[in-house]
Design a protein around this ligand. Structure first.
Ligand code: PMT
Length: 402
């Protein structure tokens, strides 16, 4: 399964270090080439001899380490590997990486890395919950590091809570999933829109909706993972910008319209996940609107329908819309496919539990212009994103375009 894949396993000084012998052994059984780098303190928990024997490669600990093979050193490994996996990743190592400190072989290797990194934090629950540690994790996520969440349960120190190294099977599966993921969007440029636009009422207020951007960001990340060049046109969200994606930040529907139109001619597909305001205040007040005793009437005017306009202009591009409905889902979604000239639409009933705005999961149906409807069960937004991309690459229009 992992034949031809090179994995650097970084081991830090935590009690869970002994479990990494099993991780290394399993990766070897899957035929990966494994190189282990240990911190000095990791060698207090498990010997380099054990990990060297299992990986069938010399284990590196010392910054000034020599193997006799001049080609195997940390810079070379950091560029040649398919993945650097750090497990257990201690609070100390996470803190060093997040703050650009490179004072041992492992942190120096990470600093020089041009390849994907996956971290498996494992530590005492209070260390894990420490806001400084959490800030470091957020920072690393923002830089594109993949973090495998620790498990909860009884910890070696006697405390109970989050901080256990996940089961070895879970770690190995994450590695396998990552290294065997599809790369079927290489050479393709995809626009994804996300979040809810904001329409100013006055300098301090706006009209918007409940979109958090989670669905759109998941689509952007999935497309990036499959090799696409992704332009994420994002209305305001609280999400960190995904690494390896060109993010264009916009606020209003008109700004989103301008950004989409600018990038549209050179793209292969547009996936319009954003919740775009259909109306905006006709004349936003220049100063903060003061309350009075009577009702307030605000005149709204139509925003451009971005997707409709793309449907009129499209030549080779694939267009995927979303339909957020609270009733008659299929009927309304079908109307939108036709009106907006879409290749298919992803319909979600946003009133259902586990679906729609702000959730980590969604429940959607794919609806096609010929009337076919494919309902999917509840699944994570990341999984749905991948299913959407599977449908895109299966479209005759997409395949013709190669
Ligand atoms: O962001 P999350 O919190 O994760 O929530 C996800 C979601 C519920 C926002 C998402 O799953 C979703 O349904 N997005 C589409 C929301 C929406 O605006 O639907 P609509 O039915 O109003 O619009 C239909 C399509 O036309 C959408 O693709 C929309 O981007 C597009 N549109 C709408 C209006 C407009 N003026 N221009 C557009 O391009």
């Amino acid at each position: 399964m992992l034949q031809g894949k090179v994995i650097v396993v970084g081991v830090c000084g935590g009690i869970a270090a002994y479990k990494i012998a099993d991780v290394v052994s399993r990766l070897k059984k899957l035929q990966a080439e494994v190189h282990v780098i240990m911190t000095q303190s990791a060698t207090e928990f498990i010997t380099p001899l054990t990990l060297g024997t299992l990986s069938q490669n010399a284990v590196a600990v010392d910054m000034f380490w020599q193997t006799g093979d001049p080609h195997i050193h940390h810079i070379e490994l950091a560029q040649r590997a398919d993945l650097i996996l750090i497990a257990p990743a201690t609070a100390n190592m996470v803190g060093k990486i997040a703050n650009g400190i490179a004072d041992d072989l492992l942190s120096t290797t990470v600093m020089a890395a041009t390849v994907p990194l996956m971290l498996v934090p494992s530590m005492n629950v209070h260390m894990y919950e420490n806001p400084i540690f959490q800030e470091n994790l957020r920072k690393l996520r923002g830089h594109g590091y993949r973090i495998i969440e620790p498990a909860s349960g009884h910890l070696a120190c006697g405390d109970t809570g989050k901080g256990r190294l996940p089961e070895v099977e879970v770690i190995v599966q994450e590695v396998v999933d990552f290294l065997t993921r599809k790369q079927d969007l290489i050479g393709r440029r995809i626009i994804v829109t996300a979040g809810g636009t904001r329409e100013a009422l006055d300098p301090v207020r706006f009209i918007s909706n409940r979109s958090t951007g989670k669905m759109g960001y998941a689509v952007a990340e999935a497309a990036r993972n499959r090799g696409a060049e992704v332009i994420l046109i994002s209305a305001p969200t609280f999400l960190p910008p995904p690494a390896g994606v060109q993010v264009v930040s916009v606020t209003s529907a008109r700004e989103m319209h301008a950004a989409v139109m600018e990038h549209f001619p050179d793209c292969d597909a547009v996936i319009k996940t954003a919740a775009v305001a259909d109306y905006r205040p006709r004349v936003p007040a220049e100063q903060k609107i003061k309350k009075s005793d009577g009702p307030l009437v605000i005149e709204l005017e139509r925003n451009p329908d971005i997707l409709y306009e793309l449907g009129q202009r499209k030549n080779r591009q694939v267009l995927v819309g979303f339909a957020a409905e609270t009733q008659d889902l299929t009927e309304y979604a079908r109307e939108k496919i036709e009106k907006k000239n879409l290749d298919f639409i992803v319909a979600n009933d946003v009133t259902r539990e586990g679906a729609g705005f702000g959730t980590d999961t969604n429940i959607v149906s794919f609806i096609f212009p010929d009337g076919r409807v494919f309902p999917l069960p509840q699944m994570s937004k990341a999984e749905i994103a991948d299913r959407i991309l599977d449908e895109v690459v299966a479209l005759p229009a997409w395949q013709r375009d190669i």
